[in-house]
Structure formats: C-alpha cells, structure tokens
Design a protein around this ligand. Structure first.
Ligand code: ATP
Ligand code: FE
Length: 355
C-alpha cells in the first residue's frame, strides 16, 4: 500500500509518501516546511498566521513529496490526513486539501488522529508489535498509553497541566533563548550544572502516572529572578545551570512516572515488552538516556524514533492512515476537523492540548 500523508495541525506543514507491504515499510519521501520564522516575532505560534501558511504551502509540499518519491497520484492507494487535535485553522487546511486530492484522483480518504500518528511511529520505524507501552511527550501533550492496536489505546495517566515541551519553550523564553525552546535549552544544559538549582519534582509523592509541569515553570521563574537580582543580570554560566537543573527535573519526573507505567504494563504480561517514547521532547538526549537505563534494568526493550520522526511530520500520518485503512477505515467528504480528539475513548478530555 502506498499512501500520501498530510500534516498541518500546528506549525509544520508536511507531506509524505509511505509504502508498506509484507516486506516492510519505507518512507519514500517526507517533506516538512517549518514556520518558525513566521512566528518568531510573536513568541509563540499564532493560529491565524499558521493556518494561512499551511493553506499556501500544502500543495507545494504535496508536489515535492510526490516528486521526491517518484510516484504519481495514480500510483497511490489512499490519502491520509491529520484531522485533529490541533489548531483548527491548520487542521481544516489539511483536511480540505486531502479531500480535494482524494476526490480529484478518486482515492480513499483516511482521517488520522495526530496523536495516533506519534503513537504508531515506533511501528513505522522498528516494526514493533502490539501491545507496547508508549510515552507521548510533545509540545502539547504528555501521556502514557498502552497501544493495543492502531485505534485502541489505554491511557494510564498524563500531565494535569502543561506539557513538557511547552515548559521547555517557556523556559527558553524566560532565559532569552530562541524558540523552539527544547533544543536551545538542551544545548545550554550541556555546559550547566544540574545540581546548581533545587527545582521541584512535582507529584512524585502522589501515586499513579499523572504529572504536573506548571509548578516547575514557576519555580524556574523565581530562580531566574533571584539570580538576576544577585548578579545584576543573567551570566552565561548561571543560565546554563538553570537549563541543566530544569532539564534534570523534567527528566527525573518522566523517569519515575515511566517506572510506574512500566509496572502496570508489565503486569499485563506482554510477549516481548517494549517501551517506546515519541513526540518532540523525545528528541532530548538526556531524557532518552535516562529512560533507556530504566528499561535496561527491567529487561524491557526501549525504542525511540529518530529525531526527525519524533517531531511533527507527515510520514507518521501516512503510516497511521495505512494502519487504519488495513482495519477497514474509510472517511468520506464529511470528515471533520477536530480541535480536540482524545486518543483514549474512555477519557473524558485530554488536558494540556490547548495551546
Ligand atoms: P503536539 O504533538 O502535542 O500537538 P507539537 O506538535 O507542538 O505538539 P512536537 O512537534 O511533537 O509538538 O514537539 C515540539 C516540542 O518538542 C516543542 O515544545 C519543543 O521545544 C520540544 N522539543 C524539541 N526538541 C527538544 C529537545 N531536544 N529537548 C526537549 N524538548 C524538545
Ligand atoms: Fe505533534
């Protein structure tokens, strides 16, 4: 099966062509056009600007992906598109573009949950089998899921306020570092002392897998203000120390909650236990290393997609579309763009998805 995938739920316009068959899955082309410069002056993603940019760039990304893959519309077996959750203007741009292509080329249309795209990525990259435990940690989300099937996820817990990616971005902003904050904070942290500032590890005293990151952000703000008052500014080394201390706090919380989620997952006696981490924050090397250690101690296989497949991309959407298609899913011209769309159907609503 060869699918075109479209992604436009946040600030990346992306198109990809993925082929999947008995011999394996291959990304034939994956084009990602970022919008960082467009939003830079505003200190965050501006939904209206994002939607316009998606509408302008989607067709070009599709053209480039098809050319890169060396396939024509007629060679495709279907079109998959992110139908939510995300910034609604962007999601609508993608859904309308996909409908146009599907109708024009007479192809099946499959709407994909963006989070399912992230959550299924370990199957795309490593072909791992269900059920696996997943930590989805991104700019807007943070949750533990057991993936039982392409459309079947159990949520074990997640953030009750901010997502870690958001906290990384706000930390960068507070410290005068560029956006997106994650890579900038990680780079600074490399030369910092993680023990320089005693930042909190919220909710570790509470049982379960829920997390909180907003208090950490406030603590960082206070530590910064105290440092500025003491030094009359923010010396380079202090900034690096703040970054390292912040990163360590996030890492410690995610590691401890991962141990708890693993205990629940392992109690279900999966065949070959696998813990996968995905989403933009999974690009963080300190976090990956820590989670790898946690898994090694428990004899659980650890997998994290390559960095370019951790952040938003359309290859994961094309692949998730193929997985849904194989299960018989087809959408019509009535496919809706949804601003909110919890992965776990039993969950009342996902916290932390509003950006
Ligand atoms: P969602 O997928 O929840 O809708 P999103 O699409 O904005 O949110 P992603 O693109 O998956 O999220 O990830 C972007 C986030 O990942 C940003 O907040 C960014 O700061 C963070 N991030 C990227 N690289 C790193 C890193 N090396 N360390 C920590 N955070 C990182
Ligand atoms: Fe994402």
């Amino acid at each position: 099966l060869t699918f075109l995938g479209l992604e436009s739920s946040c600030d990346d316009t992306a198109a990809a062509v993925v082929r999947s068959g008995p011999e394996g899955t291959e990304i034939l082309a994956s084009v990602v056009a970022g919008q960082t410069e467009l939003h830079a002056a505003f200190g965050g993603v501006v939904p209206e600007i994002a939607a316009r940019a998606h509408a302008e760039k989607l067709d070009l990304c599709v053209e480039e992906a098809l050319a890169g893959a060396g396939v024509r519309l007629g060679d495709l077996d279907g079109v998959a598109v992110t139908a939510g959750p995300g910034l609604i203007g962007g999601v609508m741009s993608g859904v309308m573009c996909a409908k146009g292509i599907a109708a024009g080329a007479g192809l099946p249309l499959v709407g994909v949950n963006h989070l399912a795209g992230h959550a299924l990525t370990p199957r795309l990259t490593d072909g791992i089998a269900f059920p696996y435990l997943m930590l989805l940690v991104s700019g807007g989300h943070c949750q533990f899921l057991i993936a039982h099937g392409p459309e079947e996820f159990t949520r074990l817990g997640g953030t009750i306020d901010d997502a870690p990616g958001e906290a990384f971005d706000k930390t960068a902003k507070l410290l005068g570092l560029p956006q997106p904050g994650g890579p900038a904070v990680e780079a600074e942290a490399a030369t910092g002392n993680a023990r320089a500032f005693a930042l909190p590890r919220p909710l570790l005293d509470r049982p379960g897998c829920d997390m909180s990151f907003s208090g950490l952000k406030t603590a960082l703000l206070r530590a910064r203000d105290a440092a500025v008052a003491e030094h009359g500014g923010l010396p380079r080394q202090v900034r690096a120390d703040l970054c390292a201390s912040f990163q360590a706090a996030v890492r410690d919380v995610l590691a401890e909650k991962s141990r708890r989620a693993l205990a629940i997952y392992l109690a279900q006696a999966p065949g070959e236990p696998v813990f996968a981490v995905a989403g933009g924050v999974a690009a963080n090397k300190a976090l990956r290393a820590e989670l790898e250690t946690v898994c090694a101690k428990l004899g659980v296989r650890f997998t994290a997609p390559p960095l370019r497949l951790c952040t938003d991309n359309a290859a994961m959407i094309a692949f998730a579309g193929i997985e849904r298609f194989r299960m018989g899913a087809r959408d019509g011209m009535d496919l809706l763009a949804r601003p909110r769309w919890p992965l776990d159907r039993s969950a009342p609503a996902l916290v932390g998805s509003g950006k």
